[in-house]
Design a protein around this ligand. Structure first.
Ligand code: HEC
Ligand code: HEC
Length: 216
């Protein structure tokens, strides 16, 4: 039986479907990270962040395990582009493709988050909790809980980081950097963390960091 040539309408719509499929395939190829491919690159990261992604060799190194994928990916992109100044990280991301960064983000997001303990006395922790849950209205400090959630888990789809269990030395360094304008990675969010940190004293920051370390 001789096959009928396809009409121009049919070829046209087939082509549209084909383009749609190709666009979807390339979006999923570059958009989503593959945790297994991330794990294959992660041994070198483990030398500083711990093989579980949550036991940094220094208390000023952040936990990566259980952090949300969107936040991890944007930080990796900014560290690679040197928009975020992180001298110890600088050499780690050279020659990594966009897909490599997405795979690393997916891998660390797939690991279980670490639970830590606060160290301070009850009175200091109670003071920190008041700020975490209620902010400091007189100084324009917004309640942390609004974006980072009562448990410190953050908001994955919005890319608000999970901060619960982060070592206090790391959190002190970050909040101080935001306050001094040395960390500007919140540009896409209208500078919201720089705004929040503006009204925090060193004492507030130390108390909050300890409280956050024990949060889960
Ligand atoms: C030589 C030690 C070292 C190595 C190796 C290293 N890191 Fe880091 N990393 C750090 C330090 C220190 C910081 C905190 C930087 C700062 O001061 O802001 C950091 C920060 C990060 C952050 C930001 C975390 C946050 O909460 O904002 C991510 C993501 C990250 N590292 C991923 C990686 C990945 C992925 C690798 C492997 C490809 C890696 N690191 C290798 C030391 C290291
Ligand atoms: C309006 C939303 C919002 C509020 C309120 C807020 N944060 Fe954040 N926070 C963010 C976002 C978004 C980021 C990530 C920005 C970036 O990429 O630098 C962030 C980042 C952080 C980080 C850095 C995390 C890391 O792994 O490096 C810390 C620490 C932090 N916030 C603590 C706090 C504390 C403490 C408060 C309350 C005093 C607070 N935040 C209030 C949205 C908020």
């Amino acid at each position: 039986m001789a096959s009928q040539p396809l009409s121009p309408e049919v070829t046209g719509s087939l082509r549209t479907i084909l383009f749609a499929v190709l666009a979807w395939v390339s979006m999923s190829a570059f958009g989503a990270g593959d945790p297994a491919a991330g794990q294959a690159q992660a041994a070198v990261c483990g030398a500083c962040h711990g093989q579980d992604g949550a036991t940094g060799i220094d208390p000023s190194y952040p936990n990566l395990a259980g952090q949300n994928e969107r936040y991890l990916l944007t930080q990796l992109q900014m560290i690679q582009a040197k928009t975020r100044h992180a001298p110890l990280m600088a050499g780690q991301l050279v020659n990594k493709s966009e897909q490599d960064l997405a795979d690393l983000a997916a891998y660390y997001a797939s690991l279980p988050a670490k639970i830590n303990q606060a160290q301070g006395d009850d009175e200091t922790l109670a003071r920190a909790e008041l700020i975490y849950r209620g902010g400091i209205a007189a100084k324009g400090v917004a309640a942390c809980t609004a974006c980072h959630a009562p448990t410190g888990d953050g908001n994955g789809p919005a890319g608000y980081p999970n901060i619960g269990g982060q070592p206090s030395a790391y959190v002190i360094a970050q909040l101080t950097q935001y306050r001094e304008g040395d960390r500007e990675t919140d540009e896409a969010y209208g500078g919201m963390m720089r705004g929040v940190a503006q009204g925090l004293t060193d004492r507030n920051i130390a108390a909050l960091a300890d409280y956050i370390q024990g949060l889960h």
